[in-house]
Design a protein around this ligand. Structure first.
Ligand SMILES: [Mn+2]
Length: 389
């Protein structure tokens, strides 16, 4: 056949490929799908494709960077229970209103977390010795549909809470804060307080007609047992704040602490005050940490940077004060690796998590502190087990 001959449809390689597309029986793929559903659990009811498991078991992208702190990967979600901590990725960025990219946050944080072995000799804590930790992979979010994604996230976080495990959510943009709290609050017999670090108030009802990343706390504080009077926002300010957000904060009597307030009253007093508000008549407190509360000089890899933010050292001090009363779960959101430089933002995200976990261990709110003379596996006198729940 010469190149100048007319093209005939039946001679096209594409035609051949169409005819032979089903020649290779997909037996192994079917088996993998079946196992993924068995191990990854059933999706929320709003998901039409019932072959999508609740926890992604490898069929889709976003996470191929190992596990957080190299802890074991828990493949079979039916085995969740009895561990102290579950790292769970929520690779969603369709809630962003400006720069996206946070769908790569869980992957980047997992990858850079391998830099640390999990112990801090200055604090005197070794997370590996004190906590039983697993990485449960990512929630199967539906990037084209934020409400379906919320259903998935709510169900996934609810499952982790129901099993009595402390969830560490690797975001994802801040829209996930709402379903994270919705999933948590369902299993709390009493009120949930929220301590929210951010440069933005995230209290609008809608962004561009949808529940995007500037709206999570409006909807979260509509949940009957997550009242806005137990919401404390720290780090708010700058030139991207929303009038709606502040109006809603005022009407709902939320507590807003700006960077200026932190400077004026000092870290200790501000944190004492935040704890008082968040814990007032509350059964537990949830920590929502937006990486953009820190100055973009330290955290450039984020969607809506706002100059003049907190410094990493200030944040670590604050986290050590706030986490010492215990937490029911936490999220680190808005890490956007495509805008990052040398992984510094992802690294900061991992350190926020580790400072919190270390503080929870040191204050006997999670895990246990093994004693020197103790036989392996034997609970120490200082076991925190009794403090949990
Ligand atoms: Mn923010």
């Amino acid at each position: 056949m010469a190149p100048e001959d007319p093209i005939r449809r039946e001679d096209l390689r594409g035609t051949w490929a169409m005819e032979h597309a089903d020649d290779i029986p997909p037996a192994r793929r079917k088996e993998l799908t079946r196992l993924a559903l068995e191990h990854g659990l059933e999706s929320a009811e709003s998901i039409r494709d019932r072959e999508i498991p609740l926890f992604n078991r490898g069929q889709w992208g976003f996470s191929n960077s190992g596990t957080f702190l190299r802890v074991p990967f828990l493949h079979d979600m039916r085995e969740l229970g009895g561990q102290d901590v579950a790292f769970v990725g929520v690779p969603l960025d369709t809630g962003t209103t400006f720069r996206s990219g946070t769908r790569w946050g869980p992957e980047a944080m997992r990858r850079i977390s391998s830099l640390s072995g999990g112990s801090n000799l200055v604090l005197g804590v070794d997370l590996v010795e004190s906590l039983t930790m697993v990485d449960v992979g990512d929630v199967s979010v539906i990037p084209a549909n934020i409400e379906k994604s919320f259903d998935q996230i709510d169900r996934a976080i609810g499952y982790i809470i129901e099993r009595g495990v402390f969830p560490v959510v690797l975001g994802g943009d801040h829209s996930i804060g709402y379903p994270d709290i919705r999933g948590l609050a369902r299993y709390i017999d009493g009120n949930v307080g929220i301590i929210h670090f951010d440069r933005h108030s995230d209290l609008s009802e809608y962004n561009m007609d949808e529940r995007m990343h500037g709206t999570p706390f409006f909807h979260a504080t509509n949940i009957p047992n997550a009242p806005p009077t137990n919401l404390v926002q720290i780090g708010i300010g700058g030139w991207t704040s929303s009038r709606d957000g502040l109006r809603n904060a005022r009407e709902r009597r939320a507590t807003v602490i700006t960077i200026d307030d932190v400077d004026r009253y000092g870290i200790e007093r501000v944190c004492e005050y935040a704890l008082e508000i968040a814990w007032k008549n509350a059964r537990c407190v949830y920590l929502s940490f937006d990486i953009d509360c820190m100055d973009p000089a330290f955290a450039p890899g984020t969607g809506t940077p706002e100059p003049g933010g907190l410094l990493p050292r200030e944040v670590f001090q604050m986290l050590r004060l706030i986490a010492r009363e215990g937490l029911a779960g936490m999220e680190v959101v808005e890490v956007s690796p495509p805008y990052d430089v040398a992984d510094v933002t992802s690294l900061l995200g991992t350190r926020v998590i580790m400072e919190v976990l270390g503080t929870l261990v040191l204050n006997r709110k999670l895990g246990r502190i093994p004693q020197r003379d103790e036989a392996p596996g034997e609970p120490s006198a200082g076991s925190a087990e009794a403090d949990r729940g």
